[in-house]
Design a protein around this ligand. Structure first.
Ligand SMILES: Nc1nc2c(ncn2[C@@H]2O[C@H](COP(=O)(O)OP(=O)(O)O)[C@@H](O)[C@H]2O)c(=O)[nH]1
Ligand SMILES: [Mg+2]
Ligand SMILES: [Zn+2]
Length: 382
């Protein structure tokens, strides 16, 4: 919103606060189970409401105006940039060194969650003196996707054009789930992105736990997945992590509370990415990440912070793609008696993969992890 002058910004912020107050009254009046109003919720940050207020400005626009500008736009009426964050109907776009707040073209709104993601390269068109609209999205080089939470048949792109997915887990708390790493590995391969695993909070782990983590994560080494053990609290391991990320565009993914925002703050102290600490001054209101946002690092790298994920669904992944992400498991498939063996049920006799798990050639967690995802994929297919 730095594209707005202070006066316009103050005005927008006032209108946003009004909209937020109205929404609070509306929700109070209609409180019943499951009720959810469209747009931002009363407790969302004022920032969200400012984006929403800005969107309301463009709601009554005549369609002819749009067509006119699209055909007749001259060079200085168009700009290209990268999406830093996107709300319903509006986006923050980095154009050169300037952050611009723009409305999203009405015809893109219905499919916004699929069409526009953080990291997307976009074209803007001028609509009025200081009003720009996001018109087009360039084809993506890579993506991290999952099914849309509201409609599993739709793709929800979490981040576009990223070089690396960095899955963050905590050494102790919250509990680490290897299944999330496996699923992200599948999704990352599917989207053409490399994967790094970061184990944060090692300051809280004793020697026994560290050894346990090493054993659990050893199989990933063989899959060209880099594993870093760090502490955002003490800074341990962060220099090595920073060097490995280089100037790449990375997306941080993981459960809530593992320390994604803390890591970002430590990697780039000039950033004020929100972390889970509750501010004394604010009292209420949790400082958790509610929206994916791209941040630029001083060394040229760029990192996308995302809200926490509880589970990670797989978008259009079948057993073939699963096998590609589990090459260590698939390596034993030639030893199965049947060519179409899925390495699952007791009924599948003479399974070389399960045998390899039983006699220790394949680590049991890898076999079980494979089977869990395979079962869920087969269940989805009905
Ligand atoms: N002990 C310890 N606590 C950490 C570390 N990193 C983050 N935390 C704490 O974990 C909580 C969640 O951090 P946050 O960055 O908001 O997690 P996010 O939800 O993944 O973004 C906060 O209270 C942090 O202070 C760490 O390396 N060690
Ligand atoms: Mg966060
Ligand atoms: Zn088998």
């Amino acid at each position: 919103m730095t594209a707005l002058d202070p006066k316009a910004r103050r005005h927008l912020s006032q209108r946003a606060a009004n909209l937020q107050r109205e929404a609070r009254a509306e929700v109070r009046a209609q409180r019943r189970k499951g009720f959810r109003r469209a747009g931002p919720q009363p407790d969302d940050a004022l920032h969200e409401w400012m984006l929403w207020a800005l969107l309301q400005d463009g709601a009554g626009e005549a369609p002819e105006a749009e067509e006119l500008a699209e055909d007749g736009a001259s060079a200085e009426e168009e700009r290209v940039g990268v999406v830093l964050s996107a709300a319903r109907g509006a986006a923050e776009v980095l154009v050169g060194d300037e952050t611009m707040l723009v409305a999203i073209a009405p015809r893109l709104l219905a499919e916004q969650a699929t069409l526009i993601a953080v990291g997307d390269e976009v074209k803007l068109s001028r609509r009025a003196e200081d009003r720009w609209e996001l018109q087009r999205v360039a084809p993506r080089r890579s993506r991290l996707s999952r099914p849309d939470p509201q409609d599993a048949l739709k793709e929800r792109v979490i981040a576009a054009n990223v070089d690396r997915v960095v899955v963050v887990v905590a050494a102790t708390n919250p509990p680490m789930r290897v299944g999330l790493i496996d699923r992200l590995l599948v999704a990352a391969r599917r989207g053409g992105v490399a994967l790094t695993v970061v184990v944060n909070k090692i300051d809280l782990a004793d020697a026994a736990r560290l050894a346990e983590l090493d054993a659990l994560l050893a199989p990933y080494d063989a899959l060209q997945v880099a594993v870093y053990k760090v502490s955002a609290a003490t800074g341990e391991g962060l220099e090595a992590l920073r060097l490995s990320l280089g100037g790449a565009l990375c997306v941080l993914v993981g459960a809530s509370g593992v320390g994604k925002s803390s890591l970002l703050n430590t990697l780039e102290p000039t950033l004020a990415a929100q972390t889970g600490e509750v501010s004394e001054a604010v009292g209420k209101g949790r400082h958790t990440t509610t929206r994916s946002t791209l941040y630029r690092l001083a060394d040229g790298g760029r990192i996308i912070d995302t809200p926490g994920v509880r589970a990670f669904g797989l978008w259009r992944v079948g057993l073939d793609e699963l096998n590609e992400a589990f090459p260590d498991v698939a390596a034993f498939a030639p030893e199965c008696r049947y060519g179409d063996c899925r390495h699952l049920d007791e009924g599948e006799a003479d399974c070389g993969v399960k045998q390899a798990g039983l006699d220790g050639r394949l680590p049991m967690p890898r076999l079980l992890g494979y089977q869990r995802i395979a079962r869920s994929l087969l269940a989805e297919q009905g």
